[in-house]
Structures are given as structure tokens and as C-alpha cells.
Design a protein around this ligand. Structure first.
Ligand code: PXP
Length: 236
């Protein structure tokens, strides 16, 4: 299993002062040097953390893969075609949310998603859909022609250690099995941390985990290199 690191949180801290520190590009390089196989940036409509210039620079300077998370909007489609990242991960976006709260409703907008991803695929960009672990969304995702889904692990992460853990974990397991049956490759992420990540190994053939908040939080105390190394060892 591979580890992708979401470095948006570094940009959030930088933007708090409006200066240049901490630098998301330097963070990306440290992540790569310590085991990350991809760097995720979520270019939000309101640009509250990562900004256009960050994405442009990171896409040129990193040596692993850039995974551009974005909403299904005309503006973001155009930016993706210009930046040409290795992959895009399509997410729902609400202005007021603190983080991506739920998965993309693929089943409810199947034609829109198909039309949106067609030019991206034609440009050679790998497309992933961030969805909740539910059968309806998995089957709809398979119909879009996307190569990957990313299963939203938020509910599992929140339920970890509680009576609901097993139910939420089984939803992920079941969704992943169905997805692979339909030929989709499966990533997962959201809310994963140093305690709860170990159960991802019980889900066969997960390709990559995308993790941000817990790694950047730990980095404050132990340094980004150690925080990434430690998560890399757990994921590996
Ligand atoms: N995957 C997706 C699609 C996300 O939106 C996020 C959060 O930005 C993550 C993974 C990483 O989540 P976390 O920061 O909780 O590790």
C-alpha cells in the first residue's frame, strides 16, 4: 500500500500570516524524501489553503505524482487541463465546510461526471472519484469510466474504538470489494491517523492512502520527516 500526503494544511498555516512560511513545496519534497509516493493538493474554489501558484510550482518541482483534488466545476476542469497533474480526485465542495464532509454524489449526476472527466482522460490524466463507501456510489463510479475511486474513511476514522467501528469498517471492506469486482482501483483517505490506519491492511488490494491532518499535526512535535517516515512504515 502506498502513502500519498495531503499538504493543504501547510498552506493553511502559511496563509494565517500571509507570508511565505511554511513553504508547501519544501513540505512536498520532505514528504517525498521520507516515503510519500504522491502529493495531494486540494485547490478549493475559495483558495483558502493551496493557491493556483502553489499547484503550478509543485507540479513542476516534485519528483513523485501530483494528485489534484478539486470540485466538478468548469474552472477546475480548465485548471486541471492546464496544469496536467498525474491524477485528479473529484470531491464535493461546500463553501462553509471545515473539510470535505461527504463523498461525491456520482449516482445523482452520472452524465455530468462522465462529461466532466472525458477531456481529462483524453489528456492522459488519471481520474479518481472520492465517494462514500456505499454500493450505489461504487456502481455509479464504475459506469463513469474513472480508473480509481477513493473511499471516504471519515466515518470509520471517527468510529474507531467505538461500537460503530466494525460497521463502518465493513462498509469500506464491502465497497472496496465491489469496486474491484467492477474493475476499479481503490484508494482511501480522510481522518486516518497513526492509531486507526492499521485496519486498512484488512482491505485487500488498496492502492494508496491519502493522509494529511494527522501527519502535519504530528510534524509540529516530531518534524515532518519523522512524521512521514512513521506513517510510511505503518502504511507499508
Ligand atoms: N482525501 C480527500 C479526498 C480529502 O478531501 C482529504 C482532506 O483534505 C484527505 C484525503 C485527507 O484527509 P485528512 O487531512 O483528514 O488526512
Amino acid at each position: 500500500m502506498l502513502l500519498g500526503v495531503n499538504i493543504d494544511h501547510v498552506a493553511t498555516l502559511r496563509n494565517a500570516r500571509g507570508g511565505i512560511d511554511p513553504d508547501p513545496l519544501l513540505a512536498s519534497k520532505i514528504c517525498e524524501q521520507n516515503g510519500a509516493t504522491s502529493i495531494t493538493t486540494h485547490l478549493r474554489e475559495d483558495r483558502r489553503h493551496i493557491k493556483d501558484n502553489d499547484v503550478a510550482i509543485i507540479s513542476k518541482e516534485i519528483s513523485t505524482r501530483l494528485n489534484l483534488e478539486m470540485a466538478v466545476t468548469t474552472e477546475m476542469g480548465e485548471i486541471a487541463l492546464k496544469i496536467n497533474p498525474h491524477s485528479v480526485c473529484l470531491v464535493p465542495e461546500k463553501r462553509q465546510e471545515v473539510t470535505t464532509e461527504g463523498g461525491l454524489n456520482v449516482a445523482g449526476q452520472l452524465n455530468k461526471i462522465i462529461n466532466f472527466i472525458t477531456p481529462l482522460k483524453e489528456a492522459g490524466i488519471v481520474v479518481s472519484l472520492f465517494i462514500d463507501p456505499c454500493e450505489e456510489q461504487v456502481i455509479a463510479s464504475a459506469k463513469t469510466g474513472a480508473e480509481f475511486i477513493e473511499l471516504h474513511t471519515g466515518k470509520y476514522s471517527l468510529a474507531y474504538g467505538s461500537l460503530d467501528e466494525e460497521k463502518e469498517f465493513n462498509n469500506l471492506l464491502h465497497a472496496s470489494k465491489i469496486a474491484q469486482h467492477y474493475g476499479l482501483k481503490v484508494n482511501a483517505g480522510h481522518g486516518l491517523n497513526y492509531q486507526n490506519v492499521h485496519r486498512m491492511h484488512e482491505i485487500p488490494n488498496l492502492y494508496e492512502l491519502n493522509i494529511g491532518h494527522s501527519i502535519i499535526s504530528r510534524a509540529i512535535f516530531s518534524g515532518l520527516d519523522n512524521a512521514v517516515k512513521e506513517m510510511y512504515e505503518l502504511v507499508k
